[in-house]
Design a protein around this ligand. Structure first.
Ligand code: DON
Length: 581
């Protein structure tokens, strides 16, 4: 079954119905997509098709994840990539879990003060624009490691659809064209990027136009033939290193030769009997989701209800406390000692609950360090196969189209992930993130991430696969999708589509998506001392991709269940698709 919507429809729906009440928006959510044998949910419909084909041809969920990862690098250039990095959370049918960290590493020539001028001030744009912003990419090594260790299919088979879409081109739909048009100004500054992603006549892309990327096709073919050496050695690495050297970057051949994937233990915690399996440092995601859930577990959320002032208060306070820890305590585990067991201790959660005034908002400046922000493009996909192997992948170039540069001849967009580091303690990065020493730049270090590919299990079986883009909000988007299912009884599509709230310690505000809260609720929260800010368009609120196993909601499961797999792509995603078989 296919399930495909344009972004314009979702905003219109929210606009039309949101004024009346939030439950109207939930009720308006489409039905989740049902399937019995496998499910793939991604932010681009062609990539979803690629994943479903792999599953139908007896590939497992990891095979499908690898094929989707390469396909998105072609058909979803704003975030899909081989020039960036990400995380993969795996839960196999026998209950074993794994986590692959293939995020970018800081180049060997990087330094703590590399984005500061002689006076010690941050140079605007240095960590986001062009080659100096680029971290050593990890996606290719990540996908190959996943395939070799957990997959069953040949690299050539899994990469073939991506290579075909790159060489032969694919037809843009409305959302694909809009993404490219939004990125035009950014991409036009780099001749090699402009030659691919900006029309020669300067006119906007239109629905039905074909995007062909022969150089990217050739780069993918080199990987298909030679494995990671086809990217980290030879023509591709040379072209990137040369372009970097010519254009103010610091990438060296050794950076590429030394790149390694890390296999780490996922972070796990138990929330109301559900096992949460999520991303460990260098992501903050799993730790902070678990810390917030541990705090919320002590409150009767299903009684206080979705969208009430009482619930928003409790969630905002849990988020406020957890984000202080995120911004001050966490970093790359090879460089800093992450206090994970302390942050995940249920007694620590109780201490946080004890400090929350039931009737008043907390005050962020009275809590210890730091702040936060948001970014613009990343992508998450969720997959489950007929055996029950589940895979959650979030990967990114960081900003939309990354650093906006393509090394001539490669067709590969490069990330601007270096901006996720602390350029200077106390100074916000492009998206408002104010972080500390734990996340300072060091050669070979990985910047702290919020990406949270998450799998939830219940009674030893997979229950939910979930994640989202959304910069610093990835954590709360993923968390709210889980809580909406477990505490508020929503089906998986409703849980993902429901308007969201977010608190990130500083600025001391509760952010809400338009039409999340009624005017009366906002008045109640203001009376408690909250500064409520309503707003923000879809990118900052993410594009979650989820699967629920055994029924579309807890109610459905309790009644004896519905379909085995229930997929939902966020209605905020213009080109996304949940599809099963
Ligand atoms: O790793 C991180 O946390 C960021 N680089 C993610 C950026 C992102 O989600 C942008 N998309 N909306």
């Amino acid at each position: 079954m296919r399930h495909f919507r344009q972004r314009a429809i979702s905003s219109a729906t929210i606009f039309a119905f949101g004024l009346f009440s939030i439950t109207t928006v939930q009720a308006a959510a489409p039905q989740p997509v049902e399937a019995e044998h496998g499910m793939v949910v991604t932010a681009q419909h062609l990539a979803t098709d690629v994943g479903v084909d792999v599953l139908k041809n007896d590939g497992n969920a990891v095979d499908a994840a690898v094929a989707v990862g390469y396909a998105l690098a072609v058909v979803y250039p704003t975030a899909g990539n081989i020039g960036g990095g990400g995380f993969m959370t795996i839960r196999l049918k026998d209950g074993k879990t794994a986590f692959l960290d293939f995020r970018e590493r800081a180049p060997l020539a990087s330094s703590k003060t590399m984005y500061l001028d002689a006076k010690g001030n941050v140079v605007k744009g240095a960590s986001t624009d062009g080659y100096l912003a680029v971290g050593v990419p990890g996606s290719v090594m990540g996908f190959e490691t996943a395939r070799e260790k957990y997959g069953t299919k040949s690299r050539q088979e899994l990469m073939a659809p991506a290579i075909r879409y790159a060489k032969e081109g694919f037809a843009l739909n409305q959302a694909d064209a809009a993404e490219l048009n939004e990125g035009k100004k950014w991409l036009a500054r780099d001749p090699a990027a402009a030659a691919i992603f900006v029309k020669a006549d300067g006119k906007p892309f239109e629905t039905g136009d074909t995007l062909t990327q022969p150089q990217l096709g050739a780069a993918l073919s080199r990987i298909s033939e030679q494995g990671p050496d086809g990217f980290y050695k030879g023509a591709t690495a040379d072209a990137i290193v040369n372009a970097s050297r010519d254009k103010g970057g610091i990438l060296a051949k050794e950076d590429f030769e030394q790149y390694k994937v890390r296999e780490l233990d996922p972070v796990t915690c138990n929330y109301r009997g559900y096992e949460i399996i999520s991303s460990p440092p260098p992501s903050s995601g799993g730790v902070i989701i678990c810390e917030i859930l541990n705090v919320l577990e002590g409150y009767p959320l299903s009684y206080t209800g979705y969208g009430s002032a009482a619930t928003v208060h409790l969630m905002a306070e849990a988020m406020r406390h957890a984000y202080v820890d995120r911004n001050s305590a966490l970093g790359d585990p090879d460089f800093v000692n992450n206090p994970i067991s302390k942050l995940l201790d249920k007694d620590y959660a109780k201490k946080i609950r004890d400090s929350i005034d039931p009737y008043r908002a907390g005050v962020s400046k009275n809590l210890k360090p730091n702040g936060l922000g948001e970014s613009t493009e990343t992508t998450h996909y969720s997959i489950i196969d007929n055996d029950g192997n589940a895979v959650a992948v979030t990967y990114t170039l960081n900003g939309s189209f990354g650093a906006g540069v393509v090394a001539p001849g490669t067709g590969i967009l490069l990330n601007n992930e270096m901006d996720d580091f602390t350029s200077k303690p106390g100074v916000p990065n492009l998206y408002g993130l104010v972080q500390g020493e734990a996340n300072a730049i060091q050669p070979k270090k990985t910047p702290l991430s919020s990406m949270s590919p998450t799998i939830v299990a219940k009674d030893g079986k997979p229950f939910m696969v979930i994640g989202s883009p959304g910069g610093a909000r990835i954590i709360t988007i993923t968390l709210e999708s889980i809580v909406n299912v477990i505490d508020f009884g929503m089906d998986i599509q409703q849980a993902i589509d429901a308007p969201r709230i977010h608190h990130q310690w500083l600025p001391d505000k509760v952010y809400t998506e338009p039409y999340t809260l009624s005017p009366d609720t906002i008045k109640l929260l203001t009376g408690m001392g909250y500064n409520v800010e309503v707003g923000g368009d879809w990118p900052v609120w993410g594009q979650a991709a989820g699967i629920l196993v055994g029924g579309k909601s807890l109610g459905d499961i309790a009644k004896g269940g519905g379909a085995r797999y229930n997929g939902a792509m966020d209605s905020r995603a213009g080109s996304g698709l949940a599809e099963g078989y």
